[in-house]
Design a protein around this ligand. Sequence first.
Ligand SMILES: Cc1cc2nc3c(=O)[nH]c(=O)nc-3n(C[C@H](O)[C@H](O)[C@H](O)COP(=O)(O)OP(=O)(O)OC[C@H]3O[C@@H](n4cnc5c(N)ncnc54)[C@H](O)[C@@H]3O)c2cc1C
Length: 515
Amino acid sequence: MTGDLTHPWAEIIEYGHHSQPRPSTDRLDTCCPGEPSSPQFVPRSKRVVAMTLATIPEYNPEQTQRLGDRAIVAGGSMAGLVTARVLSDYFGSVMVIEADEYPDDPVPRRGVPQGTQVHALQESGRATLEALFEGYTDDLLAAGGVEMDSASDLLLYSQSGFLADGTEQIPGYTATRPLVEDVTRRRLEAVEGVEFRTGCRVVDYSCDGSTVDGVVLRNGPGETTHLPAEFVVDATGRTSVTPDWLERNGYAAPPVEKVDIDVGYSTVTVERSLDEEWGVLATAEAPRTRGGVAFPVEDDCWQLNFHGVHGDHPPGDVDGLVEFASTLPVPHLERLLRERRVMSEVSQYPFPSSRRQYYERLDDFPEGFAVVGDAIASFNPVYGQGMSVAALEALELHHTLADGLAGIGPRFFQRASDVVDTAWSLAVGADAQFAETTTPVSPAEDLFARYFAQFTRRSHSDPVLRSAYMRVLSMEQPPRALLRPGLLARVLTPRAISGRVSDAESPSPFGGADA
Ligand SMILES: Cc1cc2nc3c(=O)[nH]c(=O)nc-3n(C[C@H](O)[C@H](O)[C@H](O)COP(=O)(O)OP(=O)(O)OC[C@H]3O[C@@H](n4cnc5c(N)ncnc54)[C@H](O)[C@@H]3O)c2cc1C
């Protein structure tokens, strides 16, 4: 991996030893083939601070000021939508330019191919959306989203057992990805000053000297329009061309880190009875390459997700998925698939690698420009945190803009990196445990991975640990919260905590004995 200082586990080790940060390594071992590794790599000198809901200051409309007449957001998916909402406090008008036409109903669309796959909205994301769009949670639930207690209604299987129920309620929300976006977009449409241009692509960013001053968009074949703006944000997701654009315009592209995981996803929808408001999470975990997730979603359905890493991909047909499900360590998915009416085709999605652009390490970046969401980092969604990262980044942008537009990109990237670090290291840290993952693991990461595994095993029978685990997973608390002395003692004391829930004793929310 990239070097200790970029990893929140390093923060934990620093925290544990009260030592000074070590200098970061100045190379990335895992640059994508064919992608530029920047000669302008700037080692991080600041202390790593994993930012989460608990550590980012709250949204504060009082701190906003008028910074310009128009801001433009390229890409109108989750990151673009929450970003546009934040910009509406600072600019007279905000234009969202989206390549797709939005569908009338919440259904998957071409520009968001992962939208067919199961998505969870973590509490940090939900709470941020609620702060930006008051009443958002009610809207999501009214549209069919499901609320459950993630501390007890989510059957979480990890480290060869189910985690105990937590000590306190932790709300969790499930809905299809298109529904989450649909509710967000409809709320944004009602925000004064926000307008949408759909069905056209941003093909270039225009510059006045070293300041981005607008975008060029393509309306149709051979037809382009220039739109000026004081601030432009790239929210075009994983296919963002900003690194190439920077190079073409005399800047260095950001260093890029790529971690190959070669995961294949298959998702299918089956019938659900209304009172079933629980979920199952048994993601692939080294050395087990296969995993599955079952979440209740709108329209009285379950979304069942099957996945396999390092080429052990699930098939694309229901019969094959039943067979795949029978190899999982939890019985629930096979049972749902066998017993319930199948409501959709099997939808497949390949995810070859996690990829992160280290914009915060550039020492030269144009004024009037920033990048958000998956365009910064797109990671194996094993912990379902991408939308919440996008929301927390928007919150960071809200605070960055309070200090004006000068140097906005670098100031924002520095703050955003603290959010990304948390999610990136959880996802990539888990992937690095597979023998097939070739990414080198630093001592800090290795130590934390072993601690986290032990933490999880103790969570099988310790409700306090389960609650703490969920708060980190939902990005409410930073990973260092797992090192609080009270928790450390529960994890590391040799005392064997009895009552571990074994596979045979798996919780049975179906009522009656499990299959
Ligand atoms: C299999 C899978 C499962 C996932 N599960 C979860 C989960 O459970 N929970 C979670 O929080 N996250 C999950 N994620 C991540 C989540 O989907 C993303 O992090 C989230 O959608 C934010 O992405 P984004 O808005 O940055 O980019 P995207 O969603 O990729 O959107 C980019 C947008 O930009 C548009 N666009 C692209 N180019 C242009 C252009 N030139 N001009 C104009 N528009 C353009 C596209 O049409 C699209 O609308 C998952 C991801 C995958 C792959």
